[in-house]
Design a protein around this ligand. Structure first.
Ligand SMILES: NC(=O)c1ccc[n+]([C@@H]2O[C@H](COP(=O)([O-])OP(=O)(O)OC[C@H]3O[C@@H](n4cnc5c(N)ncnc54)[C@H](OP(=O)(O)O)[C@@H]3O)[C@@H](O)[C@H]2O)c1
Length: 341
């Protein structure tokens, strides 16, 4: 397994990492589409054996049960793993009429408490990469950065990163860290796939310019690009997109099927699967530090590991990019007509 530096930090991550969002029985947004604990352990064992040593979870996945499941597996293996988790959202949805404002978001109080709870569930005394799950404009950036910096100084966290930021807020955070001499985000975790390329407008160029590592989430657009879905047919029973009807409506479009068709064409030419092509396209992008695989069973993990064997040509990449080019909009079109942005 290739390892890549996480931005300008000294941390190296495996080019493929494993996402733990499918672990733990969920009562929330992953209800009905997670793995059993036994399957999760098998996935984790196989991933580590294949050289995937970077694992991404969040306090909110399966309301804390993803971290608990991972924590049990980590015992005796902690030193072999680059462990990433996140804070920002509540682990349990608030009951009707209940206010939980002090313990969610990116305030100092919420971050320090979330970190303690994650460490307990993960059965470890430190997290390698602690990420804020989404920006929080209601809290001053300096407060968030100072709390994260304190976690680094106390040894509970090795590096800090962020996820789901707008371009301006990301750069504002980098400036604030520089101005106050606080630890800066070393990475951005973002949604990126041949279906969802919006991050290429601002976020990918920002990461390239300011030296942040890029961790890619939903590389298969929640499974749509795996090839298991077919035009004109309902999503297979039990699949994620059978239960995420709103997401299905977004992908079940002429554009979605045209992109998938092109991926299938390239996969046929390379003698591989659509999933492997979709992941290989992300792996060949120079900005990608690691592609976070989602797998609900060992079979899916094996299928996705095949991406490591795929060598896309310039012609393949061009064909995929042309078929999946989004409407960039203003000012990208204006600038793009004259020079590269
Ligand atoms: N920072 C964030 O806000 C954020 C958001 C989302 C995810 N993430 C991270 O990114 C990781 C990956 O995200 P994701 O799970 O959405 O990734 P994804 O690769 O887009 O989707 C994974 C899902 O697609 C299906 N699938 C995967 N491989 C397949 C294959 N070879 N054949 C058929 N179906 C296949 C499975 O769903 P079914 O079998 O259930 O259909 C699987 O659970 C997460 O675990 C998490 O760590 C982060």
């Amino acid at each position: 397994m290739e390892h890549r530096p996480l931005g300008r930090s000294g941390l190296r991550v495996s080019a493929l990492s494993l996402g733990a969002m499918t672990f733990g029985t969920s009562r929330g947004f992953m209800k009905g589409v997670t793995s059993t604990d036994r399957e999760a352990r098998a996935i984790l064992d196989r991933a580590l054996e294949a050289g995937i040593d970077t694992i991404d979870t969040a306090n909110v996945y399966s309301e804390g049960r993803s971290e608990e499941c991972l924590g049990r597996w980590l015992e005796g293996r902690r030193d072999r793993v680059v462990l990433a988790t996140k804070c920002r959202f509540p682990t349990e949805p608030a009951a009707a009429g209940e206010t939980r404002a002090p313990d969610v978001g990116l305030s100092r109080r919420a971050i320090l408490r979330a970190c303690e709870e994650s460490l307990k569930r993960l059965r470890t005394d430190h997290v390698d990469l602690y990420q804020v799950h989404m920006q929080d404009r209601s809290v001053p950036i300096e407060e968030t950065l100072r709390a994260l910096d304190d976690l680094v100084r106390s040894g509970k966290v090795r590096y800090v990163g962020c996820s789901n930021y707008t371009g301006y807020r990301l750069v504002e955070s980098l400036w604030a860290a520089d101005r106050r001499d606080l630890g800066a985000f070393v990475s951005l975790q973002l949604q990126w796939s041949l279906l969802v390329r919006d991050a290429e407008r601002e976020l990918i160029p920002a990461c390239r310019t300011f030296g942040l590592g890029v961790l890619v989430w939903s590389p298969l657009a929640r499974g749509f690009l795996s090839g298991r879905y077919h035009r004109g047919k309902a999503p297979p029973e039990g699949s994620r997109l059978a239960s995420w009807t709103e997401t299905w409506r977004h992908v079940d479009t002429d554009r979605g099927w045209a992109i998938l068709e092109k991926i299938r064409e390239v996969a046929k030419r390379r003698g591989t699967t659509p999933a492997a092509v979709a992941i290989a396209w992300l792996l060949r992008r120079p900005e990608t530090s690691s592609v976070i695989l989602g797998a609900r069973d060992v079979g899916q993990l094996e299928a996705n590991l095949a991406a490591l064997e795929v060598r896309l040509t310039e012609e393949d990449a061009r064909a995929l990019e042309e078929a999946s080019r989004p409407a960039w909009g203003y000012p990208y079109d204006f600038i793009g007509a004259r020079e590269a942005w």
